[in-house]
Write a protein that binds this ligand. Structure first.
Ligand code: ATP
Length: 590
């Protein structure tokens, strides 16, 4: 199989020398992707990689997809690499004998530990040529790193990292380190990966059904154009499958093994209790007027209080087991045993998937909601029922699955009726709701929500095409109105930069982020970091401005800074930034 003068050609040359799909081909692809800004080109580049894998090593497709999306497992599997920058730096120094000072100065120059690892490893003198790393081996090693715990786990993790770095060929070290630090910096977002996979599977199918050998990339291009319609259809199916069941393993295994029944993908990968779906999101609205114009023309509007807590997907599984998932699909069942017990035994419900918000409440007055900051002090896992200090209430606002039936294509009015019928029970709460499209009424309701400690309103279409549940979408059927967005009633904050860190990547060599503080009672108290909002020119001139003569050798006693923060540099308090939701960030230099 010979490809002509392109990326695929390289991949095939590499494959000839490796036992299994070479990780180097994945790393080269990621390098090319990093330099590509067009989404269509990114899809083709990634798709060529997936096609090459499918032709010879289809079992390596899943590891490659995980590596390209900067993951080693599904989010709910709780597989955490648990590797920090200092452990990676140690591994690099020991493998390459580079000094701490050199590593530091390279980091300051490049702002990315992956680039630093690549430079150090490419200078490595080896006595013998190591075997090619395969995608499968790198993936399994990363999983092993994640599963390493207990005695001497830090040094065992370091050994595993080192054995990967020692065997790396350019540019593998860059991506081994970037994946370890969970910051891959290429835009292989899920949508791009799905489009690339769809194209690869359809081209593979065309090649196979014509009984052809691939001898040129022109063939691939020809099929890509000829099979556009089939590709579009498969990509649509995959997008739907992925938003209802975000499980790469299930989707890829089906597509690899059941090549003749792709039209059944959505039957096989559909909503089911136990596998979380991507939650629907709402779009921002600046006024009640605007919201009513958007939602209310062919539907009644359900205006619900927007509670300031944590999004939670509640799954009641057939055998009575309850599982909870976060907005990012992580399993948080052990964080909320109290919420789990609220759903333990609801009569008439054998299985269900609900959308909900968990809110902290005042322990002596359970009708009073507390802000998210309070909820965030609860331990992240293994909370015991008898040791709970932060009391919560669960507000269920949608129902996507009930007793074996998927409800996402039903209207919100129908889902809400079922929600009311089955979940108006003592242990759970439904949101405070007003059904109205009258500006005055909704404005009064918004004020009431805010004065009860809520963020604003979530307004939802009850009927019509926008009222179905759209997994993973910022849907037209949900509008959020928050105090901060509503013209005229938003607050601004006057904050002063008092410290900063050195930037990474594009921002290497500039100060970013800045630590902002508010001036209160003779002290500057840290409030937040400002991570974005400046142009490159502004970063440059702010860095020059402070470095000229406005840095401080140590933290002054009147700077009160959260202990977990360790800024790289202290700054004189001499600028005021006005932060607002509406206008993003204004800079005033007094
Ligand atoms: P924000 O940071 O402004 O809360 P977000 O990016 O988390 O927004 P949005 O789609 O903008 O998500 O707002 C929806 C969020 O509001 C949901 O994720 C959920 O956590 C929360 N929420 C609170 N009450 C409700 C409700 N009644 N209906 C829907 N979502 C609600």
């Amino acid at each position: 199989q010979v490809f002509v003068g392109n990326h695929m050609d390289n991949i095939f040359q590499l494959q000839l020398q490796s036992q299994g799909f070479p990780f180097q081909a994945v790393a080269i692809t990621l390098d090319i992707l990093q330099a590509t800004s067009s989404r269509l080109s990114s899809i083709e580049i990634l798709s060529d990689l997936f096609l090459a894998i499918l032709l010879k090593y289809p079992q390596d497709l899943l590891p490659a997809v995980y590596l390209c999306t900067n993951r080693v497992a599904a989010p709910w599997e709780a597989v955490e690499l648990g590797v920090g920058g200092s452990l990676i730096s140690k591994a690099i120094m020991e493998v390459t004998s580079v000094s701490k000072e050199t590593l530091r100065s390279l980091y300051k120059q490049y702002g990315d530990l992956g680039d630093v690892a690549q430079i150090c490893c490419s200078r490595l003198q080896r006595l013998f040529k190591p075997n090619y790393l395969t995608a499968q081996h790198v993936y399994q090693s990363l999983r092993k790193i994640a599963q390493t715990n207990g005695v001497k786990s830090v040094s065992r993790k370091k050994n595993l990292i080192q054995s990967l770095l020692v065997a790396s060929r350019s540019p593998e070290a860059r991506y081994i380190v970037r994946i370890l630090s969970q910051h891959i910096r290429v835009g292989a977002v899920e949508k791009t990966v799905i489009a690339a996979l769809g194209r690869a599977f359809i081209i593979l199918d065309a090649i196979r059904s014509n009984g052809e050998e691939i001898t040129s990339r022109a063939q691939v291009q020809k099929y890509s154009i000829e099979r556009k319609t089939e590709t579009k259809l498969l990509v649509e199916r995959m997008n739907r499958a992925f938003s209802e069941c975000s499980d790469w393993e299930r989707i890829i295994t089906f597509l690899v093994n059941d090549t003749h029944s792709w039209n059944q993908l959505n039957e096989f990968c559909k909503l089911q209790p136990g596998t979380p779906l991507k939650p629907q999101l709402g779009k921002i609205t600046k006024s009640v007027d605007e919201m009513i114009k958007d939602l209310g023309t062919d539907s009644d509007i359900s205006c619900e209080w927007k509670y300031d807590g944590q999004r939670c997907q509640v799954h009641i599984i057939e055998n009575g087991v309850v599982q909870l998932f976060s907005r990012h699909l992580e399993d948080m069942t052990s964080k909320y045993p109290d919420v789990v017990s609220s759903f333990a035994d609801i009569s008439g419900v054998t299985s269900a998937i609900l959308d909900a918000e968990i809110v902290a409440v005042n322990p002596s007055h359970s009708q009073m909601y507390l802000p998210f900051q309070y909820l965030s002090t609860r331990a992240r896992k293994d909370v015991q029922l008898n040791q709970i200090t932060v009391q919560v209430r669960v507000i269920v606002f949608d129902l996507m699955f009930l007793n074996g039936v998927c409800l996402i294509e039903q209207s919100f009015r129908q889902r809400r009726q079922l929600l009311e019928r089955h979940f108006r029970v003592r242990s759970v709460t439904l949101p405070e709701t007003l059904i109205s499209s009258q500006v005055n009424e909704v404005e009064a309701w918004l004020n009431r929500a805010i004065s009860n400690g809520c963020e604003g309103l979530m307004c939802k279409a009850l009927d019509g095409p926008n009222s179905v549940y759209y997994p993973s979408k910022r849907s037209e059927g949900w509008s959020k109105i928050k105090k901060d967005y509503v013209e005229g009633i938003s607050d601004t904050m006057d904050l002063v930069p008092i410290a900063a860190w050195w930037g990474n990547g594009r921002k290497a060599g500039w100060l970013s982020p800045f630590l902002l503080a508010c001036y209160y009672d003779g002290e500057f108290q840290s409030v937040c970091k400002v991570m974005s909002g400046f142009s490159d020119e502004e970063y440059k001139s702010l860095t020059e401005f402070y470095l000229r003569d406005k840095t401080l050798p140590i933290k002054p006693p009147y700077y009160q800074v959260d202990e977990s923060l360790r800024p790289a540099i202290w700054l004189q308090a001499c600028q005021v930034y006005v932060l607002s939701y509406e206008k993003k960030l204004n800079l005033t230099i007094p």
